[in-house]
Design a protein around this ligand. Structure first.
Ligand code: SAM
Length: 295
């Protein structure tokens, strides 16, 4: 079950899409003083060394963050994200890549809270050690659970502050992850209807993947945004991820505008062949309640 290690994939095109959206969403939350919670149901190790044997074995980051690293014409949403990654690489060389928990902590204020779930026995040890190096404020803000994130998130919703975001980012190596993600999303909406729920998923030739995305689009929520990025054609053996999607329930209203510039840029700069492209959809009030007829 626990064969997936995010270190092989850190900083790849899927991380770029997911993390750029994460940074933008939390920057938007910061526009109001009221504190918020972030719940990351699948946290990973927190911080990745891009010079490690694992990262170098696949070098996926070179076709992800690596292609944006020296760009001078980044759209604002991507410039904000790359600036966060630069903070980890102060001499200008791309050597370290922060995962979702660390990017969240970077954007969050001391009054905001981070809740992390991670089940891999080694990843959780690394996550705990990495947090010890993050300083007192980050430690006070953060709780790490070595539990199943699909189950654990339920008990945390709604957060006491009634503001917040849930990031659901499984590896989907287990095909049951698609069904479990959908069930968890429905629970999150039921318990925290005003919260922002962000789900990452791989673009793969699986019935479960396309069905899950279709179910999301039919949820009775106030608004949703669906972005997919394809970087290359899919291969028959399915080797190498050819694209991924992010689905957000109650996204910040600024996200759609930001992605209108960012998605074509990403498709162009991260694209590896003629099949590279993107989709971007946003719906507000997709199921309006019919007005009552007056007598
Ligand atoms: N969110 C991270 C990021 O963006 O940096 C990457 C997470 S990685 C795609 C998925 C992680 O979920 C892996 O580290 C895996 O060990 C962990 N995991 C797998 N099943 C889990 C579960 N049921 N609950 C919590 N974590 C789980």
């Amino acid at each position: 079950m626990f064969s997936y290690r995010h270190a092989f994939h850190a900083g790849n095109h899927a991380d770029v899409l997911k993390h750029a959206i994460l940074v933008h969403t939390l920057d938007y939350f910061n526009k109001k003083d009221a504190p918020y919670w972030v719940v990351d149901t699948h946290a990973g190790a927190g911080l990745y060394n891009l010079e490690s044997d694992w990262a170098n074995k696949t070098s996926e980051f070179e076709d992800g963050i690596g292609r944006l690293w020296d760009a001078k014409d980044l759209p604002p949403l991507l410039a904000d994200y790359v600036a966060r990654i630069r903070d980890y690489n102060t001499n200008g060389r791309l050597k370290r890549y922060p995962g979702s928990p660390w990017l969240a902590l970077d954007v969050m204020r001391p009054s905001d809270r981070l809740r992390l779930f991670e089940m891999h026995p080694t990843e959780i040890d690394t996550l705990v050690v990495n947090l010890e190096h993050q300083g007192r404020t980050a430690q006070r803000q953060t709780t790490i659970y070595g539990d199943d994130g699909f189950e654990g998130v339920k008990a945390l919703l709604p957060p006491p502050t009634r503001r917040g975001m849930v990031l659901i980012d499984p590896s989907y190596e287990d095909k049951h992850d698609y069904r479990r993600t959908l069930i968890t999303v429905k629970e999150c909406v039921k318990r925290f209807a005003t919260g922002t729920i962000a789900i990452w998923y791989p673009l793969v030739q699986r019935r479960e993947a396309s069905e899950m995305a279709r179910h999301f689009e039919n949820l009775k929520v106030k608004s949703w945004l669906h972005a997919t990025l394809t970087v290359k054609k899919s291969t028959i053996d399915g080797y190498g991820l050819h694209g991924s999607g992010m689905f957000l329930i109650n996204p910040p209203w600024t996200l759609h505008e930001g992605l209108k510039q960012a998605m074509p840029y990403l498709a162009r700069e991260l694209g590896q062949d003629e099949r590279a492209g993107f989709t971007l959809q946003y719906r507000e009030n997709p199921f309006p309640v019919p007005k009552k007829q007056s007598d």
